[in-house]
Design a protein around this ligand. Structure first.
Ligand code: 5BU
Length: 488
């Protein structure tokens, strides 16, 4: 096997998000620090071609007879099997997954006779149960199955489980090989490798999905809530999220100031004082009576001087072509100056596509925070809507989505995304217009906030500079406590 080609493919799979690290809910019950989704490879013909080439080479080394059938485990492995079948000139069979609903349809499509041999092709193997389901169907039709070829073996017992049923598994990659490749290339840290290794060792699975070790409890050290911003920076897919994590770590502040004042002088005065304590200045450009280009220039020089980012809380909510205009044109020309913007997920992926279109020729990294939840009492967001928002954030436009605006700790599991949470005040409670507040400590430890938005808690205080520092200190302390709580 050509090791250089194999390693290059491993890095490419990581690059296209065919696998990622974080804290992922799995079918088997406990959360996994690594997640594979090879379904994405169909969008990358170069990857499909390389995988098929390498697996074809593999088959050659196994000296498989020319008449042996290939059968991909539905669905991801089907196109892979098709390519290999053509390249290696081996016939193919297709196993139907849904015969029950079709009644008279055959279980196995293709031309074969009882006693023929069949080689299984699969993408990712955990327990091996999917391979065994396919093997059972093939065998029930009289086919002989002794070997399976897989792209990735997660090393959680699949090889042993299939071997017990008379099927030898041959894998292109083991998870350990992929981890070492990424480590060698400087794409992940030693800590990540160890964390995944610990999980794999503990979470060995039988083919029925049960764990071999009783009471398996692996503390996932890739849980976002227990990770430092320094470590998380390496996970960020969005460049500006990575920069922001580094900024937060070096400046030691997670405070986002909501400068909801209506004159530019008031805002500039406030920011001059609070600037040293914040990581983000959040604006609502449309509430500033004397909004001007000069005002924006002054804000930008303060951002430079005090090292913070500017977020326009525009809450875009229209179709792609309209938000593109709202972002680039009009009196505010937001795209010219805001590092970050807030965006509703309501219209679907098109809203992100529209905003990104504006940035085609922009050299500065810019990003969006998607609203998955709101802080106001009685808001209409449902759990399904929030979950769908997270999916949207991690799909095709992941490079543009720096984080999520939300109120609960379970939504953001990927350590590369930031959670921004408004509704923070020293005194918890509800204002006369239904805004709900929690304390800095509660928001960080119970709501899972990474960055906390404070507006009137600072704006209405007698000494905003002193109060900004107080919020900064309390939020940073709460973050340090949270990290320790999850430390393993
Ligand atoms: P406050 O003064 O700390 O209540 O200001 C909160 C800010 O956060 C304000 O600018 C809101 O527009 C913004 N906000 C919010 O309060 N709740 C939300 O769910 C979202 C934004 Br999204």
């Amino acid at each position: 096997m050509d090791q250089a080609k194999l390693k290059k493919l491993g890095l490419r799979l990581f690059e296209i998000n065919a696998f990622k690290f974080g804290d992922f809910q799995m079918k088997v019950g406990i959360n996994s620090p690594v997640y594979f989704d090879l379904r994405v490879i169909v969008s990358y013909p170069d990857v499909m071609d390389t995988i098929a080439d390498l697996l074809t080479e593999f088959i050659k080394t196994m000296k498989v007879d020319t008449g042996v059938h290939l059968c991909g485990v539905p669905y991801t492995a089907l196109p892979i099997a098709t390519l290999i079948s053509v390249k290696a000139n081996q016939p193919m069979l297709i196993r139907r997954k849904e015969t029950k609903n079709y009644g008279t349809k055959k279980l196995i499509e293709g031309k074969f006779s009882a006693g023929d041999k069949c080689l299984i092709i699969e993408d990712v193997v955990t327990s091996g149960s999917s391979i065994l389901d396919t093997v059972n169907d093939l065998r029930s039709e009289g086919l002989v199955v002794t070997d399976a070829i897989v792209v990735v073996d997660r090393e959680q017992g699949g090889a042993k489980n299939t071997e017990e049923k008379g099927v030898k598994m041959h894998s292109l990659f083991t998870l350990s090989y992929l981890l070492n490749t990424l480590l060698e290339a400087g794409r992940i840290e030693e800590k990540t490798v160890q964390s995944v290794a610990r999980y794999i060792e503990s979470a060995q699975i039988r083919s029925d999905g049960s764990f071999i070790k009783q009471d398996v409890k692996v503390v996932n050290s890739l849980n976002r809530l227990g990770m430092t911003f320094e470590t998380r920076a390496a996970f960020a897919v969005c460049p500006i999220a990575r920069e922001l994590m580094k900024l937060i770590a070096s400046k030691k502040t997670t405070l986002c100031l909501a400068a909801d004042l209506s004159t530019s002088d008031e805002i500039l005065n406030l920011v001059e004082k609070a600037g040293p304590y914040i990581c983000i200045l959040k604006t609502h450009a449309d509430i500033v009576d004397d909004y001007s280009e000069a005002f924006i220039k002054s804000l930008q020089s303060l951002a430079e001087k005090h090292n913070f980012m500017i977020m326009e809380d525009r809450k875009f909510a229209d179709i792609g072509s309209t938000v593109a205009l709202q972002y680039s044109n009009g009196p505010f020309r937001i795209a010219d100056w805001a590092d970050l913007v807030t965006v509703h997920s309501l219209p679907g992926q098109g809203i992100l596509k529209g905003l990104r279109m504006v940035l085609n020729n922009c050299t500065q990294p810019k990003g969006a925070f998607l609203l998955a939840e709101m802080s106001s009492q009685g808001n209409l967001v449902s759990p399904q809507y929030s979950a769908a928002t997270i999916k949207m954030a991690t799909e095709t436009d992941a490079e543009f989505v720096a984080g999520i605006v939300c109120q609960s700790p379970g939504l953001v599991t990927f350590p590369g995304l930031l959670q921004l949470t408004p509704g923070v005040k020293i005194e918890q409670g509800v204002d006369e217009l239904d805004q709900q507040y929690s304390t800095p400590e509660y928001v960080v430890s119970e709501k899972g906030a990474d960055i906390c938005v404070v507006g009137r808690g600072i704006l209405n205080s007698k000494n905003p500079e002193h109060t900004a520092k107080l919020y900064r200190d309390r939020l940073w302390e709460a973050y340090c406590v949270r990290i320790l709580k999850y430390d393993v």
